[in-house]
Design a protein around this ligand. Structure first.
Ligand SMILES: [Zn+2]
Length: 320
């Protein structure tokens, strides 16, 4: 058994959402003042995997059953005063589960495929907090489901922090600032990263590829996070083994994505949306998720000639 809770300080409390909070052991090791406000949080899954986040210094670490302890997870356990032999035992117990992973069905298969593509663990920004009402209102106004692990920060500017996950590990993030100043986003993104693989469900045969993180969140799509798809991203998307439909933003930059999709032999969808709607998230705000998905599937096109025609039509409209 690997029960991480047994390693935690006895002074701790459990929240309704499954987080256990306690004084974070990480901050002092990272040049920060010691945490006395229980800003460390760990969320265990039923299968004994867990993820840790410090709301004080931004340290993150996670553990997935069947895999080696990551460097950051080991560090965290050390800081929790778990003896080295115990840490080795946890690692050993975890790897014993590796062989049965393959028996657990399709989602496991997806995870297995994604295993081949690894990213570094990354920290989230320092001094974050749970979403406040203002931030939740913003997300609701953009029709974004609130079950994603968003965070909020105020310094230097108020913004919503969207962790980038891959196989349920934090490997980067973007912050969407809520004031009107530019830049509107800052990103910590690793080369080849695709947002949204953890949003894909077991039985889906199609993966919808979009540009922005909010586009992806509003329809459980994959976001390439700019108007291009680099080769490493192509490998990651292909590794999912699904049919791909690219939905570009309906602007000049988005048309580059169309060319790239055709080059890759992927389907493209440029639905006829009401005037003023230029991306998937706009469409979801206007028509709802289901109607948007229907327009995407109906406008799905694989013929290069038809894609070129539709593109010309769109470009012409953009220029008038
Ligand atoms: Zn910390």
């Amino acid at each position: 058994m690997i029960d991480v809770v047994s390693f935690l300080p006895s002074k701790r409390k459990q929240t309704a959402s499954g987080w256990i909070s306690f004084n974070a052991p990480c901050c002092v090791h990272r040049g920060d003042t010691p945490d006395k406000r229980q800003r460390g949080g760990i969320k265990p899954s039923p299968d004994n995997s867990w993820s840790y986040h410090c709301f004080n210094c931004g340290y993150t670490a996670s553990f997935v059953l069947g895999r080696n302890l990551t460097f950051k997870a080991r560090k965290l356990l050390e800081w929790l005063n778990v003896p080295t032999e115990e840490i080795e035992r946890v690692n050993f117990e975890s790897l014993k589960h590796k062989s049965i992973e393959g028996l657990l069905g399709e989602r496991q298969e997806v995870i297995q495929r994604l295993h081949a593509i690894e990213f570094e663990d990354r920290d989230l920004p320092v001094t974050t907090e749970p979403l406040n009402e203002l931030a939740m209102e913003y997300l609701r106004s953009r029709q974004i489901p609130l079950d994603y692990p968003f965070l909020y920060k105020t310094m230097p500017r108020p913004g919503i922090v969207i962790p980038f996950t891959h196989n349920n590990q934090v490997v980067g993030h973007t912050t969407r600032f809520l004031d009107d100043r530019t830049p509107r986003y800052i990103q910590d993104i690793q080369h080849g990263y695709v947002f949204g693989t953890d949003l894909q469900k077991n039985k889906w045969q199609t993966a919808i590829v979009v540009e922005g993180v909010f586009d992806a969140l509003s329809i459980n799509g994959l976001a390439v996070l700019h108007a291009e798809i680099n080769d490493a991203q192509v490998r990651l998307i292909r590794s999912l083994g699904r049919e791909v439909v690219v939905v570009p933003d309906q602007d000049e930059a988005g048309m580059k994505l169309v060319d790239r999709a055709m080059e890759l032999g992927w389907a493209v969808s440029m639905p006829e949306w009401p005037t003023g709607i230029k991306d998937v998230n706009d469409a979801v705000i206007c028509m709802g998720k289901l109607a948007t998905l229907i327009t995407i599937m109906q406008a799905r096109e694989t013929s290069k000639i038809k894609i070129e025609l539709r593109k010309k039509q769109l470009v012409k409209r953009l220029r008038t």
